[in-house]
Design a protein around this ligand. Structure first.
Ligand SMILES: NC(=O)c1ccc[n+]([C@@H]2O[C@H](COP(=O)([O-])OP(=O)(O)OC[C@H]3O[C@@H](n4cnc5c(N)ncnc54)[C@H](OP(=O)(O)O)[C@@H]3O)[C@@H](O)[C@H]2O)c1
Length: 346
């Protein structure tokens, strides 16, 4: 059985990634790809890897009815157009932040308010590792942010298992690539300026903090650095636990209990081979998350490493994974390819 799918905001980075994944998916068929700027042009005009796709951009003002609508537009668009989106499709998968938070007051605190707060309860946060059952009947799916996704997935088993408490101090340090900023240029994203950087941005009060707190039920002090890669988000989380005697075997049990059956989670032991800890480059182009941890007894610290491709597990891959679940399709279909190795910068 195949399902029709459209991508709103298809000329952007995550929109292009959605088209790439949908094109290779045996059970989704692309009906419409929208762009205001490039309406009438072929999708290969903006996405050279999709040159051979016989598909032209159309205006987002006229939506065709479809089984699933993927929305890859900037924050604020989905909430303002949700009536039109829901009219076009029973299932809306939104990649923006518009429906991620349950508490409308958090939109006042971290964003610029919300225009349809009554829908927030209906939306399901798009991470299958946490919300698989709810995704099965979801009509509005809110995919997580890339920085939040890499942090949440790294820490989730420790909270689920009760090994961490609300009193524990957790500091998350994130490094992220330039594709996170989307396809439109700014002075600070100009290649001559951005190349070679390790630049802290939003060092405190990053918007994704709100999602992390919501999904983990705990505060995480969070700082993001823009670094010199194109794809990828890597989190290093430093945890100073109040519980003593947290052995490696207890931690392994927690991670295996949460992720032992997860098709896209790779737990690394930190031993053996040249690539012992998670690296964005290794997961680039895949829907995988790699996770590893160490215990630093001298400093009473646990350190957790996690890495994803921001445009895959951190957005478009997550969206397809969630849609697979919502449509009762085998979860891994369209997402099971491996990364390239060796390859250039991710
Ligand atoms: N990049 C990432 O790694 C990443 C990760 C997680 C989540 N996200 C989220 O995913 C969303 C898309 O991100 P992106 O990086 O793909 O952004 P992008 O490259 O800037 O693309 C945005 C797209 O939205 C379209 N658009 C803009 N305003 C619109 C409007 N009012 N109505 C209809 N279409 C509109 C743009 O095309 P036209 O102007 O031609 O219409 C463009 O195709 C954002 O909300 C972002 O926060 C991104």
């Amino acid at each position: 059985m195949t399902f029709s799918a459209s991508v709103i905001g298809a000329s952007g980075f995550t929109g292009g990634e959605l088209l790439r994944l949908l094109d290779g998916h045996p059970q989704f068929e692309i009906t419409q790809a929208t762009s205001r700027k490039y309406s009438g042009r072929s999708v290969g005009y903006t996405h050279p890897n999709l040159r051979d796709l016989k598909l032209k951009y159309s205006s987002p003002e006229k939506l065709e009815p479809v089984d699933v609508l993927f929305v890859a537009t900037p924050h604020g668009v989905s909430m303002s157009k949700i009536d039109a989106f829901s009219e076009a499709s029973n299932v809306v998968v939104d990649l923006s932040a518009d429906f991620r938070l349950k508490d409308p007051l958090k939109y006042d605190e971290y964003y610029d308010g919300h225009s349809c707060p009554e829908l927030l309860e209906k939306a399901v946060y798009g991470l299958p590792e946490i919300h698989r059952d709810d995704l099965k009947s979801a009509k509005l799916i809110a995919c997580g942010g890339c920085n939040s996704t890499v942090t949440i997935l790294g820490l989730y088993p420790l909270f689920k298992s009760g090994l961490l408490t609300l009193e524990d101090i957790i500091v998350a340090d994130i490094k992220v690539g330039s594709s996170e900023g989307g396809a439109s240029r700014s002075t600070s994203s100009h290649h001559a300026i951005r190349s070679g950087i390790v630049r802290p941005y939003a060092p405190i009060s990053h918007r994704h903090e709100a999602e992390i707190e919501q999904e983990l039920g705990a505060k995480v002090a969070f700082t993001v650095h823009a670094v010199d890669m194109i794809r990828g988000a890597a989190a290093t989380c430093h945890i100073f636990p109040t519980k003593q005697d947290l052995s490696k075997s207890l931690l392994w049990k927690a991670y295996l209990d949460s992720y032992g059956e997860e098709p896209f989670v790779r737990l690394l032991s930190g031993t053996g081979g040249n690539y012992r800890y998670p690296e964005p480059k290794v997961v680039a182009g895949t829907n995988n998350v790699e996770i590893a941890f160490e215990i630093d007894e001298r400093n009473n610290r646990i350190v957790v490493f996690s890495a994803i491709d921001n445009m895959m597990k951190g957005s478009a891959g997550q969206a397809i994974h969630a849609a697979n679940i919502a449509f009762g399709i085998d979860e891994t279909i369209g997402l099971s390819h491996r990364s390239l190795h060796p390859t250039g910068a991710p």
